[in-house]
Structure formats: C-alpha cells, structure tokens
Design a protein around this ligand. Sequence first.
Ligand SMILES: [Zn+2]
Length: 323
Amino acid sequence: MGKVKYYYDSETLSYRKIERKKRTTFKYAVVFLLAAALFAFFFVIIASNFFESPKERQLVRENENLKFQYELLDKRMEDALAALENVEERDNAIYRLYFEANPIPEEQRRAGFGGVNRYKKYEGYDNSKLIAETNKKLDIIEKAIVVQSKSLDEIKILAEDKEQFLEAIPAIQPVNNENLTRMASGYGYRTDPFTKVRKFHYGMDFTAPRGTPIYATGDGIVKRADNSSTGYGKHIRIDHGYGYVSLYAHLYKYNVRVNQRVKRGDLIGFVGSTGRSEAPHLHYEIFKDEERINPINFYYGNLSAKEFNELLEKASLENQSLD
Ligand SMILES: [Zn+2]
C-alpha cells in the first residue's frame, strides 16, 4: 500500500491530496529497471573474474590433467631417446666397426634442427615451453631412427658381402688330409726334384695316390681346366672373386668344365702326375691379385690351432718338392 501524500493549499486553506501522474510513475519504473539491469550486468562481469563457473572448474581440471599427461609423455620420450642412444652407441662401436664402416658422427645423427625456429607456432601459451620441448624431443627421436635405420641397411649389405667373401676365398685343404700326412712340401725355397737346384716353390704339394679326390677350396667359377700351361700338366684354375684364384696341378682327371660355378668342397678332379711331376701328388697354389701367395694361411676352415701349427712346421721344412 502506497503512502498518501498531502500538500497545504493556501488559497483554500486546506490540506489536499497530491495526485501523482501515471506517466511519472511509469518513468520511475523504467529508470529503476535500467539501473538494476546495469548493476546486474557489471556484477556478473566483475564476479566472473573472481569466481569460477562449474564449467570453468571442469576445464581447469581437464587442462591440469592434459599438462600432467604431457609431462609423462615427455618423460617417456626421454627414456626412448636414452634407449636409442644405447643402440646408436652399439651401432658405432660394434656393428659398424666389425664391418669396417666408419662410425656415424654425433652431429650427423642429430643434424637438421638449426636455423629457423620451427617451434614458433607453439609460443604464446601457458605451456608453450613444455609443448615445444616435447615436440623437439620427438623430432630428434624420429631423425635418429631414420639415421639408425639407414645405418642398419648399410650393415646388412656389408654383412651379406662379408658372408659371400668368406664363402668365396679358399679356406680348406684341397685333399682329405685328416692326419696331415699328405703335406709333402711347402711354399718357399725347395730343392728341385729334377735339377736338384734350390729354387722357389710357389705352392704346396700334397702326396696322394692317383685318383684321390680333389676339392674346390672356396666358391667360384672354373676359369681353366686344361694342360696348356707349361709344367702344370692337367690343371684347374678357380676364380673366387675379390682377387683370389686357386690352382690345382698335375691332375689325372677333371670333374668340372670351364665356366662351371663351384662351391667349396665340390669334387673338381683327381690326383695324378701329369706335367712336370716326380710322383702322383697335388700341387696347390693361391693367387691374390695375380701374385702367388703362401696357401698355408688359407686352411682355417677345417684345422684346429694345434693342427695348423703342426702343418705349419711341416710346410716350413726346406725339403725337396714334388713340383
Ligand atoms: Zn709343387
């Protein structure tokens, strides 16, 4: 109930009611509402700066969780990088060393991150540093994996090549020589069986009865199987690649043809006494880059250290060769 207000009318000398105009009342109401709305508006603005809404609180929690997970990822990347560094170390110090490849320098494994700031797009946020660092770590890991993978590709090729090399070069004795009694004369100065003059004997002689099997001492291709080389009689030459050739002389019979591919241990012919030979035996030579070298160093495939020493002793005796 509104108050009734009066005023003193001096003309009529009496109190009279003040009649409020309706328009004035309406005006007051509008002003009041506007003021209230304005107050509410500023109140909400100011309050929102000091108090969080439930949705904001949820977002803050979510943000904290993301940051926490990001830090965990960062830590895991550090662990991954440490594991990778261990592989790189072994790669340089063992694998590459073993296959005679140069180690990959640290700069090359970590190259490619200088110059323009590629992490600029992460700047301007609360967690910019964490995000940039994590991305940087992942970039380093990715790059290192690529370099490591290439290194392993290279090693694979070298290993295959080495395996092929080890299969190719002569590595066994050309005849069965289990108790080493067949080694008759070694590489070096020997007495010539015909002239009795001291001269250089460029191979090793293995005594054996006519018809004893002769084996290829490494993988290769038969380059010659003929008797048109002076002194050697019927002989075989096998090209092993890598500059190595083995020669088997004074044969009784061939078991291979020219251009035939042979494996180590394949039967290639039989012992005889053709050419300049005193008695049935195999004269065996090894060429490296067309120079004849001592075959004693090419029997490691089927000799123990003790047997090798025994053979070495026998082969060093300056006796008479069978030629
Ligand atoms: Zn000989």
